[in-house]
Structures are given as C-alpha cells and as structure tokens.
Design a protein around this ligand. Structure first.
Ligand SMILES: Cc1ncc(COP(=O)(O)O)c(C=O)c1O
Length: 396
C-alpha cells in the first residue's frame, strides 16, 4: 500500500546535508563540510567505556531499569551547580529536566506551546531542528532579519508588534548554528526586555557555549530572567558525546512539570545508563579539563576555516565573525542564485550547506554554512580555497 502520511511527518531539512555528504561518499576527492558532528578524537572514549562497564556490572539494580521521568537527581544537581558557576544561572532543583539530547527540548517547546497557526519568531537563518518541529505542530516560523552580530533588534520589535499569536522567540545566542555568530550582551538584554514588553517566552538554545576559542564569554539570556520567561536548553552532545543523546532543559517549574508529563508519553525517561555515564563523568573525571582540550583542538580547525575563507573569498562575499562553536557562515553578493552556485560547488568538488536548509521562511538567503570540526586544518584550507575559486568564477 501507499501510506498516507500526516502533514507533520512530511518535513525534514536533513536531505540537504545528506545530499552534500553523499557526494563525498561517492567520490573521496570531494570535500563535504556538511554534517555537524564533533571530532571523534576529542571525545573521552576510555572514560565512557570505563564508566559504562562499572555501571552495568556493579550497579545494575539502577541502570538497566526504567527510571524517573524527570531524570537522575544527583545528575541534575551537578548540572545546576555548573550552570550557576559557568552560565550565571541559579536554577532550583524543580527547574531542570533531563532530555534525550537538546533536540528533545526543540521538540517539546512547540509541543507545549504551539497550536496550528501559532507563530515562532527566530533569526531568518536559524537552526533546522527548531524550524522542522514548529512545522510538525503546524505552526509558522517567522524569520526576523539579522545583522552580522545576530538578530536585528528593531526588526524583532517590529515582528512582535505586527505578528499575531507569537508563542516564543527562538535563539542560539552562542556560536549559532548555522551562522556561527554570538549575540552581544546588549542585544541579549534588548531581546529579554522585548519579550517582557510583548509578553512572550524565549527559548535559549545553547549547545555550543562551552566551545569558545577567542574572546570572552557573554552572560546567558537566562541569567537575566526575573520572570520565568526563558527556557534554557543544554546538551552533552558537544562536551561528552553526541551518541549518548543526553541534554537538559532549565525553565520555570510550571513549564518543567508540563514538559516532564509530555516527555513521559514520548519515551518514559532518558536512558538511565546514558544519564549516569554523563553524571559520573562530570563527577569523577576531568570534564572541564577535557573541554579545554577540545577547545585547543577545535581552535586550529576554526582558524583554518575562518581565515581560509577570509583569504580566498573575493570582494562582495563576507564571512560572519565567529569566535567558537562548529560552523563558519558566508554570505554571497545580494541576489546570488543559490541553487546555481551550489551546482557550481558540486562541480568543483566542494560542499557547504546552502542557507535554504536553515531558512525560517523557506527561501534561499544567499549564504552557506561550513562545518569545520570533522576535517583536519589542511583540508579545511583546501575547502575554503575551492569555495573561493567557485565564488571568483561564478556568473549569475
Ligand atoms: C543549535 C542546535 N540546537 C540543538 C542541537 C541538538 O543537539 P543534541 O540533540 O545532540 O543535544 C543542535 C545539534 O547540533 C544544534 O546545532
């Protein structure tokens, strides 16, 4: 039979990343910078194996059974202590929910707040993981114009004033995916004040905040929150291992109660073994030290990508300023034909992800994302060179 899929089952932005990666699988001389995976060599493999063995062999009364919907209490305490120390957020124990990756938070937010026809404001180029889930719940994603340092505040206010049924503003303020940009403190304050003025929520998604290579950390929007209107999402995907699928939400207790109940009907609980691997790693191993090692390793790659692009791109193109994370983003000249340029890149054996994969309004915006964590610096430089050459020769 030909199954008739529900509307919510018909979205996905993954194909574009798969298409780009597919070129490299067919031809190893093709350089694809599409998928946003961490570098396997910087992950704490031995520690994870050691902890997992110990947990399964010595504590199986716990890890091999169902566990509480909300997550392990000691793990939550460790997360909260770290948030207080590193992110300026002081949650109470009722403010935290352990998730199956940060992505589960991106799913729960529209599930909790978006009815068909409701709207979510976000940067015009934004993370597909939220765009898709809002669409799954038949909500509308409204792209707000961006400056080179993130969301344009006047445009955000205009959108809040003129858009009905706005449920929340979604932002990735640190080393955004896909733009790599960090929202300055003044803009964070302005976003928070606008959310208060127009009485809406903010979803602050922070998977990359620990991966800073230059410059100073910027306080989180959550640290400004006096009214319980910021939902903060974190993850261990970039700092321990994406494959464990462990993340967390910190929000007002009322939101956590609803999120926990909704999560229970999705998966009962985040796998206990994976939670406790993260807990024990944070508690008993050098979690912070390994983050510093990751930063050292990624910094070289970041520099090769960012400065390689700056060196090779012709006039009229610009590389957005990034100071960390996993991505660089370039904008082409106004009006560039994005699909045609993408074809020219494929012919030159280089693949970045075009902006259409991250476009809140579904239209190409003439930009490209380069993920730099998975390739060595010499290949990043070569990728930047090929991309620059296509840009120099492109007519159209
Ligand atoms: C902006 C952003 N948010 C959330 C996530 C979700 O990550 P995970 O589900 O692995 O925690 C990602 C993953 O790459 C991301 O880039």
């Amino acid at each position: 039979m030909k199954p008739e899929f529900a509307l919510r089952a018909q979205n996905s932005s993954q194909p574009m990343i798969r298409i780009v990666d597919g070129y490299m699988q067919r031809d190893p001389s093709f350089l694809a910078f599409a998928e946003g995976n961490p570098d396997l060599s910087v992950l704490p493999k031995e520690a994870i194996a050691e902890i997992a063995y110990d947990l399964v062999m010595n504590h199986d009364d716990d890890v091999l059974l169902y566990s509480s919907n909300g997550g392990n209490d000691e793990f939550k305490q460790l997360i909260m202590k770290r948030l207080a120390r590193v992110k300026g957020v002081n949650p109470d124990e009722n403010d935290c929910l352990i998730l199956v990756g940060g992505q589960q938070g991106l799913y729960l937010c529209p599930r909790l707040f978006v009815n068909p026809g409701d709207r979510v404001l976000m940067e015009a180029v934004s993370y597909a993981g939220m765009i898709d889930t809002v669409h799954d719940f038949l909500g509308e994603t409204v792209g707000v114009p961006i400056d080179d340092d993130g969301i344009n505040i006047d445009a955000l206010e205009h959108a809040l004033k003129t858009t009905e049924r706005v449920k929340y503003i979604y932002l990735v303020p640190n080393f955004n995916n896909p733009t790599g940009v960090t929202l300055p403190f003044e803009k964070r304050k302005a976003v928070y004040e606008l959310a208060c003025k127009y009485d809406t929520l903010i979803v602050e998604d922070d998977p990359y905040g620990d991966l800073r290579y230059v410059g100073e950390d910027v306080p989180t929007i959550k640290s400004l929150d006096r009214e319980g209107r910021v939902i903060y999402l974190g993850t261990f995907s970039k700092t321990i291992a994406a494959g464990l699928r462990v993340g967390f939400m910190v929000a007002d207790p009322d939101i956590i109660v609803h999120a926990t109940a909704n999560k229970a009907s999705i998966d009962s609980n985040t796998p206990c073994l994976n939670q406790l691997i993260c807990r024990n790693y944070m508690r008993d191993y050098d979690f912070e030290g390994n983050i510093l090692k990751m930063r050292e390793a990624y910094k070289k790659k970041w520099a090769a990508a960012r400065f390689g692009l700056e060196k090779h791109l012709p006039e009229g193109w610009r590389v957005l300023k990034s100071e960390g994370g996993m991505f660089c983003f370039v904008f082409g000249p106004d009006g560039i034909d994005e699909p045609k340029f993408q074809e020219a890149c494929y012919a030159a054996k280089v693949g970045f992800v075009p902006s259409v994969a991250f476009s809140a309004n579904g239209k190409p915006l003439g930009g490209w994302r380069m993920c730099f964590t998975m390739m060595p610096p010499d290949l990043l430089e070569e990728g930047a060179r090929r991309f620059g050459e296509v840009a120099r020769n492109f007519k159209g």
